[in-house]
Design a binder for this molecule. Structure first.
Ligand code: SF4
Length: 742
């Protein structure tokens, strides 16, 4: 939007109120936060400016090059990115800090990050009080010896999404397979793995089918279990522009997130001054009630004759079975399972019918459940019933929270997929082996939660991690710590210190690595709309930090020198050329060289013209039976939620959108009154796994449901196969708890 347009065509009907910039309201103060970020980066203002104006954002996966994206005119910037900037301008800490780790125990992730960048290779043996400085050569020799001495099935490699580029994921994926290691996994496992499973089975492709431009052009956006106001802030600007064009917004979530009710878009004059009402309907589904809700909505669409019969007949399969199964499912029972009343369901269906299709957006509220893949399939059913794929203004969007997760899985840094998303089976492994010139494991490896369980059983000899913090992101942190302590050799390569590094082991090695901006030759990320975006090298030396793609190649060359020709990329431009060859989906990546260069695989839409990349060429409906859930008397379901944070990095002690502190136990006022509780009371939640003490915070929630922040609430979450979605292995980040006064 140009400046002139900023002052024309205002929509008072969308205004949140008359107070300028929502003064006095519970809302973020974006301008103050910008000033804070500028101050925090005062030691390297020039470098910070370069990162902002030339780099591809290392925050969420909306994607931006410099300060501009491919969806809107004007500036694309948010406070999440500004807060991450500190990681890119920090100086290395003195390794003496780690000579006695006892002093660091109990520090929060934020306090550890505030120490500065990890700048030197370090090593600590069991019984030693802390880490000692070692050379890169010693550190890599230790890792190489560990890998040489361990059977590949007793080795695991985990990659987080911390700004890691496609080039690094690819190098890691190839290196692991060259060493016979099948157990390589990435952060996508604990977020959108069920979307990958559900979408591949139904529409044949594990990615967003539309583009962010379709959000702006949508007649209706349905937000399922997602809160972009916190997690992808600039998405709210897209929604604002969409609403100016008449777009309706439905929020399907237990809690009407305040930022989805109204939001002040800081870079738009009208919205910054008056705020914008961001949604038209809230569907307060119970946690885990999404499958029943999707079934109920489809049943009503059918009853109202609002299905796109032609699209269904010409381009899909399985509808007759779904139709028959839904006929057997009692609507009142579905509503009871969903926790939604009939009028609200009808209002939702009215929106779908009026729009004739929608952009369906979802994230962890759908995917971090035991029946998450069913939830995804339920949403796909609704989209297919309306012919809502492959055309402008509609689509399926599993919105990604991190700039690395889409590319990580597509580069094959995934236990259940080879590069290009190919299944791990003998046929595809053999094809890849011909391409790469060495044998490739042909069975899926351990997923992230399975790695920790293997470690706990004593079945892992080497755990090699790039970033991440299993202590934060996986259920039952005490069990995770005990498991990590059992691994004979752990290697953590990262840009900062994390609490898992402090867990004692026989041998723990820390490797300092470059950020995506410092990385030699720059690198690419893949955004949530499948856009491969180039971020140039912004040279900066931080201690002895090295580019990760070189680290992976170095390790393989030490262990299997015969493979040196396959791991001797002279530059990462050569690496990109290899990716283009091995992953045809990524054709064009080899041409990217400067800020703003990008290529969107698949184009604006996938499945255009109703042509689905499934074996039959048709989109598949799924007949789904919602799970029955019985809550013991007096018990509650607690779900984990995000506040002002990026991944597990907490960026504010109080969420500016909700006003909730990190220890908030959000509970409905009616439930609180039944328990004799009031705002500010201290309570203890008790699950079969652990206890959690927090502060009562009142919020409108479905009866007998609670919300606590993630990762703090993970002490309540159970680990183990029975607490995971069976196909994708994503943990169920919900628990049944009792509530008592603390
Ligand atoms: S919305 Fe996401 S991609 Fe855009 S600036 Fe913020 S964190 Fe970066």
């Amino acid at each position: 939007m140009g400046l002139r347009e900023q002052f024309t065509g205002w929509r008072p009907g969308l205004w949140a109120g008359w107070r300028p910039n929502g003064v006095g309201e519970q809302k973020p103060n974006h301008y103050r936060d910008m000033a804070k970020a500028a101050w925090a980066n005062r030691n390297h203002p020039r470098y910070a400016w370069d990162v902002l104006t030339k780099g591809a954002c290392d925050g969420c996966a909306l994607g931006v090059a410099g300060l501009h994206d491919w969806t809107i005119d004007g500036v694309h910037l948010c406070t999440t990115r500004l807060n991450l900037l500190e990681l890119n301008t920090a100086d290395p800490f003195d390794p003496v800090v780690l000579s006695d780790v006892a002093a660091l125990r109990g520090r929060t992730g934020g306090q550890l990050r505030a120490l500065g960048r990890l700048g030197h290779p370090l090593r600590r043996g069991r019984g030693e009080p802390g880490f000692r400085l070692v050379s890169w050569d010693e550190a890599l020799s230790v890792l190489a010896a560990g890998l040489r001495g361990a059977p590949p099935e007793r080795v695991a490699l985990y990659m987080t999404s911390r700004g890691i580029t496609n080039e690094v994921y690819y190098a890691a994926a190839k290196s692991a397979r060259a060493l016979g290691i099948a157990s390589i996994d990435s952060a996508a496992r604990v977020c959108h793995a069920p979307s990958t499973v559900g979408l591949r089975q139904t529409v044949g492709v594990a990615a967003t089918t539309c583009s962010l431009q379709d959000v702006v052009e949508a007649p209706l956006v349905v937000l399922w279990g997602t809160n972009p106001a916190n997690n992808q802030p600039v998405f709210m600007k897209y929604l604002y522009l969409a609403r100016r064009r008449g777009c309706r917004v439905v929020v399907v979530n237990p809690f009407l997130e305040p930022g989805l009710e109204r939001y002040w878009v800081p870079s738009n004059v009208e919205s910054a001054v008056f705020g914008t009402k961001m949604s038209d309907l809230h569907v307060p589904v119970r946690p885990g009630g999404d499958v029943a809700l999707a079934n109920a909505a489809l049943k009503r669409l059918i009853e109202r004759g609002a299905v796109d019969d032609r699209f269904v007949a010409d381009h899909t399969e399985g509808f007759a079975e779904v139709h028959d199964r839904l006929a057997d499912q009692d609507l009142d029972h579905l509503l009871a399972l969903a926790g939604v009343d009939g009028p609200t369901l009808d209002a939702f269906v009215d929106e779908l019918v009026r729009a004739g299709g929608a952009v369906h957006v979802w994230s962890m509220g759908i995917t971090q459940h035991r029946d998450a893949a069913e939830g995804v399939r339920g949403i796909v059913n609704l989209a297919l019933a309306q012919g809502g794929v492959g055309r402008d203004g509609v689509g399926l969007m599993p919105i990604r929270g991190h700039s690395g997760v889409q590319g990580g899985a597509e580069m094959g840094a995934y236990a259940t997929a080879l590069p290009g998303g190919a299944p791990v089976d003998p046929e595809h492994a053999a094809a890849l082996a011909r391409e790469w010139g060495f044998p490739v494991p042909d069975r899926p490896g351990l997923t992230a939660p399975e790695m920790v369980e293997a470690a706990g059983r004593g079945d892992l000899d080497v755990l090699w991690m790039s970033g991440g913090n299993f202590l934060d992101v996986l259920p039952d942190p005490p069990a995770v710590a005990a498991a990590l302590a059992r691994v004979p050799l752990r290697v953590h390569q990262d840009v900062v210190l994390t609490s898992q590094m402090l867990v004692e082991g026989d041998d723990v090695v820390l490797l300092p690595v470059a950020t995506r901006y410092e990385q030699e030759g720059g690198g690419t990320e893949t955004t949530t709309e499948r856009r491969i975006v180039f971020s140039p090298e912004l040279p900066r030396r931080v201690g002895e930090a090295r580019s990760e793609w070189r680290v992976f190649a170095d390790v393989v060359n030490r262990i299997r020198p015969a493979l040196r020709p396959h791991f001797s990329w002279p530059s990462n431009q050569a690496l990109r050329s290899e990716i283009a060859r091995v992953v045809p989906l990524y054709a064009g990546i080899e041409t990217l060289a400067v800020t703003g260069d990008q290529v969107q695989w698949g184009g604006r839409h996938l499945c255009t013209g109703g042509e689905f990349p499934t074996p039959t060429g048709r989109g598949r409906f799924s007949a789904i039976e919602p799970a029955e859930r019985r809550l013991p008397d007096g018990a509650f379901v607690v779900s984990t939620r995000r506040g002002k944070q990026f991944n597990s990095m907490v960026q504010a002690a109080v969420d500016p959108l909700t006003g909730a502190g990190r220890d908030a136990v959000m509970i409905d006022p009616v439930d609180a009154a039944d328990l004799g509780l009031d705002a500010g009371d201290r309570v203890r939640l008790r699950s079969d796994t652990g206890t959690y003490d927090g502060t009562v915070t009142l919020a409108r929630l479905p009866a007998r449901t609670l919300q606590v922040h993630w990762p703090e609430g993970n002490v309540l979450i159970a680990a183990g196969a029975e607490h995971r979605e069976p196909a994708s292995k994503v943990p169920d980040y919900n628990a049944v708890v009792t509530v008592e006064r603390a």
